[in-house]
Ligand binder design. Structure first.
Ligand code: CO
Length: 208
């Protein structure tokens, strides 16, 4: 990677934006009002804005290994709280991707050091869905299914948060579970039935 070229490309990008709209950066600096919180994987191939055709200011973004939402992760919890309570985002999307290295690593029973507690989040999801997953003979298909189930369970983790429940029940917030298919470039909507998901966990995680 040529660092000098990054600054050249940045200068061209600035020139191109100003060329189209001389006041572009001035108005961008006035503040943000994004409609969506995007929670995705850190994978270098899954670029939130690019794949969605989003512009600066459109997305509030949180990325980590395997798009995990853990209630012990102060960073993720702060991002969700800030975006829901202060930015009033209308949509939260958890977007996984096929071929996710974090999910693959969680499928292997090996000691991965500092990654262990993080991958435990995904190993727990395997355990929760082990009957369905173990019934899939093809390893690649089982892997892809765990990617999807990971998205679903991370959406559930988002919905366990009281301020999210409040916004969700008031109808101001919509949840989405997606998977990015790197091999085709397409975003797959998992069309998770969140009303049913909420019904299933009602009484256990009902905090608001
Ligand atoms: Co990944």
């Amino acid at each position: 990677m040529d660092i000098a070229k990054i600054f050249e490309d940045n200068a061209s990008w600035v020139a191109s934006r100003i060329g189209k709209d001389p006041g572009y950066f001035e108005s961008l600096s006035q503040g943000q009002d994004p409609d969506m919180l995007y929670i995705g994987c850190s994978d270098s191939r899954v670029t939130a804005e690019d794949m969605m055709g989003a512009e600066p200011g459109d997305l509030f973004v949180h990325r980590n290994i395997a798009n995990v939402v853990s209630n012990l992760d102060i960073s993720a919890m702060s991002v969700i709280n800030y975006s829901v309570v202060h930015l009033h985002v209308k949509h939260i999307v958890v977007c996984g991707h096929y071929g996710c290295g974090g999910v693959k690593a969680a499928m292997q029973s090996s000691n991965l050091g500092i990654l262990n507690p993080w991958l435990k989040n995904i190993r727990d999801i395997y355990r929760l869905h082990k009957d369905e997953l173990n019934a899939i003979a093809d390893e690649d298909k089982r892997y892809s299914r765990l990617v999807e189930l990971n998205v679903q369970e991370q959406c559930v983790n988002v919905l366990k948060i009281p301020e999210v429940q409040q916004a969700y029940r008031s109808g101001k917030l919509t949840m989405h579970g997606w998977v990015f298919d790197i091999a085709s470039g397409k975003i797959v909507n998992l069309e998770i039935d969140f009303a049913k998901v909420l019904q299933d966990i009602e009484g256990i995680y009902d905090l608001d």
